[in-house]
Design a protein around this ligand. Structure first.
Ligand SMILES: Cc1cc2nc3c(=O)[nH]c(=O)nc-3n(C[C@H](O)[C@H](O)[C@H](O)COP(=O)(O)OP(=O)(O)OC[C@H]3O[C@@H](n4cnc5c(N)ncnc54)[C@H](O)[C@@H]3O)c2cc1C
Length: 504
């Protein structure tokens, strides 16, 4: 058997999965049926949780440098400013990345590809998964390549092959949900006008909207919107068809079109994310309305959640059962997301009284009013940024100490010029104690070889919800698996049940 893990699909989900697995010393093979990376871009928004993960593998700064930090949103109606909502750095005590980053998906994928290449992995292009067969020992996959067909064998097949996933179809997994009638468009244009600023502009029409994002690299502007109802039924939709609505919504003057694409949008979640040795991640497992810019960020979250688990199982550093926690943890969030983004999308595009209320009263008047309150702003940031995703019900989560429980993301605690996230760069399990360490606990735990981090107790740690001198056992992806008020042997039991061993 070929030792490598086979990743199908080199979109953002597959690329992050390959990169993280490679960092953990797992040999991967990543294929894509297309001849090159996508030239057009769907996602514009990168959230704080994704940047926190990227910080662990040393690439966050590159995205932040090349993107634009969005700290406020202007709401326009028929092109005129209706309201402006300043979020500023509201999340400055919650995350080292307290903003939304505007950075196009194609540029984002280029960075991932470069890092993957530097790690010695090249995406095998023009290579398509046709079918696969699974037995107790592995999976054999039929790949169509320019020079013929190959049968590849692998321990695990990881389906990151997008919304039309062959992997999902072959597993005969239901993909319940629905398809929106509305069609999204994305255009990259050169334009001038008041709606071009270093922020996000939500330009509302009567039944449609256009979002305007600046792009640092090219000086161009990215427009995302929905195609006006009157032309939805056209056989083909060209940029010229949407220009009148774009101009009406934004009052921009457009001088050049670089590219234009349209997308059908859906809200669907696969029945399962795993069958034996085959997994579904990213759009292959869940798709939602682009409202809130969550899809790509969620696929990246799936990739990181699974990468360290697969690495641990292959390297015999954890029980095979930890793989069960992947679906348990990720499918719950996927369902929540599909439902929330569906409700928001339905409300925005509603043509009745509700739609009128939302566009003419809620967005211009109510939202800016409630968003003046710091608590509301923080709630919006915590939710949208994905830092509040938690796995408390996971089979891999246990205990509680302070306001923090097993399954929560490790809260970020600033410590002078440094912080407690610095320690997450080791990509391994570790124990955190904020306060005093007891000698006998220290001896029993260090014998096992886990990294033990003892931080001074501080008002910042208290504010973050941690408890003085409690024990927090942190997973390689920065989530707390186990929390205990006492420094006792219960942690050893938890470690033994899941057969967890450190990497080094
Ligand atoms: C208009 C719009 C705006 C959006 N904005 C945002 C946003 O701001 N933020 C956000 O987080 N998300 C956003 N999204 C969603 C985001 O673009 C997707 O969630 C993301 O691209 C999913 O990544 P993926 O890697 O899972 O799948 P994909 O990007 O679809 O990649 C799948 C890859 O698999 C390959 N493939 C498919 N079948 C096979 C096969 N049989 N063999 C080999 N290769 C195969 C494909 O060629 C492709 O390269 C937006 C989406 C739309 C439509």
């Amino acid at each position: 058997m070929d030792e490598k893990i086979l990743i199908v699909g080199a979109g953002p989900t597959g690329l992050v999965l390959a990169l993280w697995l490679t960092k953990l010393g797992v040999r991967v093979r990543i294929i894509d049926k297309d001849s090159g990376p996508g030239q057009t871009s769907r996602a514009m928004v990168v959230h704080a949780r994704t940047l926190e993960f990227y910080h662990q593998i040393g690439i966050a700064h590159e995205l932040v440098e090349k993107g634009i930090k969005v700290e406020d949103v202007t709401i326009r109606q028929q092109g005129n400013i209706a309201a402006s909502v300043v979020f500023g750095l509201i999340g400055k005590d919650s995350s080292p990345f307290p903003f939304i980053l505007s950075f196009p998906q194609d540029d984002h994928e280029k960075i991932l590809l470069e890092h993957l290449h530097q790690s010695g992995v090249t995406v095998e292009r023009n290579t398509e998964l046709i079918e696969f067969l699974e037995d107790d020992h592995g999976v054999s996959a039929t790949l169509k390549k320019p020079d013929g067909t190959e049968i590849a064998t692998t321990h695990y097949l990881l389906g990151c092959d997008g919304a039309r996933s062959v992997v999902r179809n072959q597993l005969k997994l239901d993909f319940p949900g629905g398809t929106y009638l509305q069609i999204y468009f994305v255009a990259d244009v050169l334009a001038s006008g008041e709606a071009i600023k270093d922020n996000m502009q939500l330009c509302l029409g009567d039944t449609d909207f256009t979002l305007v994002f600046p792009i640092r690299r090219s000086g161009s502007v990215r427009l995302i919107g929905i195609v006006p109802k009157a032309i939805e039924g056209n056989k083909t939709i060209e940029f010229l068809d949407v220009v009148p609505a774009v101009i009406k919504n934004t009052k921009l003057s457009i001088s050049k079109l670089n590219w234009f694409s349209t997308y059908h949008s859906h809200h669907r979640v696969a029945k399962h994310f795993r069958e034996g040795r085959v997994f579904l991640l990213g759009d292959a497992g869940h798709i939602h309305s682009p409202v809130g810019g969550q899809g790509m960020n969620t696929g990246i979250g799936d990739a990181i959640n699974l990468a360290w688990k697969i690495a641990a199982v292959l390297q015999k550093r954890a029980a095979v059962s930890i793989l069960d926690s992947f679906e348990a943890e990720r499918i719950t969030f996927a369902h929540q997301l599909a439902s929330t983004t569906d409700k928001v999308f339905q409300a925005i595009t509603n043509e009745g009284l509700l739609g009128k209320f939302i566009k003419k009263i809620w967005f211009p008047y109510v939202f800016p009013f409630v968003a003046r309150f710091a608590r509301v702003k923080l709630f919006v940031f915590d939710t949208v940024s994905q830092i509040k995703i938690q796995y408390r019900k996971s089979p891999l989560s246990k205990g509680e100490a302070g306001r923090v429980a097993g399954g929560d993301r490790l809260p970020w605690v600033r410590m002078g010029d440094s912080d407690n996230f610095k320690s997450l760069e080791i990509l391994d399990w570790q124990i955190h104690v904020y306060g005093k360490l007891q000698d006998d606990f220290c001896q029993s735990i260090t014998k096992l070889g886990f990294v033990l981090q003892v931080f001074p107790w501080s008002k910042e740690a208290k504010k973050a919800g941690l408890k003085e001198s409690a024990v927090y056992f942190i997973r390689p992806d920065g989530y707390i698996a186990y929390a205990n008020l006492n420094q006792d042997n219960a942690l050893l039991e938890f470690i033994a049940i899941h057969q967890i061993l450190p990497r080094t």
